[in-house]
Design a protein around this ligand. Structure first.
Ligand SMILES: Nc1nc2c(ncn2[C@@H]2O[C@H](COP(=O)(O)OP(=O)(O)OP(=O)(O)O)[C@@H](O)[C@H]2O)c(=O)[nH]1
Ligand SMILES: [Mg+2]
Length: 332
């Protein structure tokens, strides 16, 4: 049983019916005038979880505008956690904008921070961190290429001396760009490398080893790298995984100081729930996204408007499941 309603001429009689059928432990969810204004209608439940669900449903009904419904359906489709959906839908309801895309964009603006990475220069080096295989080294190559093409002096350091072939993977790109790849082995070596780079470059990117967010020694090692060189850690996370898992990964990298989230593999996924859950849980600012395995034009800044376009179904397009391009590719 979830909820049951009882209608009687008076409150006392309705309460009597509730107690008779559900017993003294019944939880009163709502009391209201019965339909037609005659008598009283009490809604009650036995389980606290039923009450919580009923309240969410009542709130959802109260927040049901056409724009809010479009946004809610889209967020459910994208697999966001329920509480995040409620928060964003409430924001849509509050901003009272009729157009769903504009309303969604305003809600995202209120709920998240968007701070794209600079391509011209930065006072602190950026260190790309994250779980193994999520695209850190490719992001370093992409960011390096982007700044180099704008004639900036780019310093590239790899602190990944864990995976065999990691240095050579990155060197293959830096060679083409005629940039020296600096290798650092451990926190002290990274500190020296960053110190030597200071003043020589407009912007510095650091690759890091793929580490396990749920293994204490891995995160301690990463924390030591971050602190030794006073870098800004950017979490690189591939989209498309389980939202709860991603939220825990986001939190873990948030604790070592990650500030922004750079989402990858948006070309091979259709749902943004996991990256949104990660950014919300840590919390992390959204910066750029990657929707290609190639280095050229490899990263694109993201803002609330582009994210809203990615989330909502495109009007007058073939249904999501049949479209040749992912929603993301089409929106970027
Ligand atoms: N399709 C697609 N593939 C990507 C994207 N970003 C990275 N990849 C691919 O993902 C794979 C792993 O990328 P890496 O950059 O080596 O990942 P990593 O995080 O450095 O991996 P480790 O150093 O082993 O932890 C490579 O085959 C990349 O080409 C993307 O946005 N889209
Ligand atoms: Mg790597």
């Amino acid at each position: 049983m979830r909820l049951k309603s009882y209608t009687a001429p008076s409150m006392a009689e309705a309460m009597h019916m509730v107690r008779l059928e559900l017993g003294v432990d019944a939880i009163i969810v709502s009391t209201q005038r019965a339909a037609g204004g005659k008598g009283v209608r009490i809604t009650a439940a036995l389980e606290p979880s039923d009450v919580e669900e009923a309240i969410s449903e009542m709130l959802a009904e109260a927040h049901s505008t056409p724009a809010a419904e479009v946004v809610r359906d889209a967020l459910i489709e994208h697999g966001l956690p329920a509480r995040l959906i409620e928060r964003l839908v409430n924001a849509v309801h509050t901003n009272a904008i009729e157009d769903a895309e504009t309303a969604c964009s305003a809600a995202l603006e209120a709920g998240f921070t968007f701070a794209p990475l600079p391509d011209h220069g930065a006072p602190r080096p950026f260190m790309l961190v994250g779980p193994p295989g999520n695209g850190k080294s490719m992001v370093v190559a992409k960011l390096t290429a982007r700044s180099a093409l704008r004639n900036r002096r780019v310093g590239v350091i790899t602190a990944d001396n864990v995976r065999a072939g990691a240095t050579e993977q990155l060197a293959a790109f830096t060679r083409i760009l005629q940039i020296d790849l600096i290798s650092a082995r451990g926190p002290e070596s990274l500190r020296r490398a960053v110190e030597n780079a200071t003043g020589q470059y407009d912007i510095v990117f650091i690759d890091s080893p793929g580490l396990n967010p749920f293994k204490l020694t891995d995160m301690e090692y990463l924390s030591a790298l971050v602190e030794a060189a006073n870098v800004e850690p950017i979490l690189v996370l591939a989209a498309g995984s389980d939202a709860m898992e991603a939220a825990e990964i986001g939190e873990a990298f948030g604790t070592i100081g990650a500030t922004r989230l750079l989402a990858t593999r948006l070309d091979t996924t259709r749902r943004l729930g996991s990256i949104m859950a990660a950014a919300d849980a840590a919390p992390l600012m959204f910066c750029d996204v990657s929707a290609t395995p190639h280095v050229a034009n490899g990263v694109t800044p993201i803002n609330a408007a582009t994210m809203a376009r990615m989330l909502l179904p495109a009007p007058l397009q073939t249904p999501r499941a049949k479209s040749a391009k992912t929603t993301t590719e089409a929106s970027l």
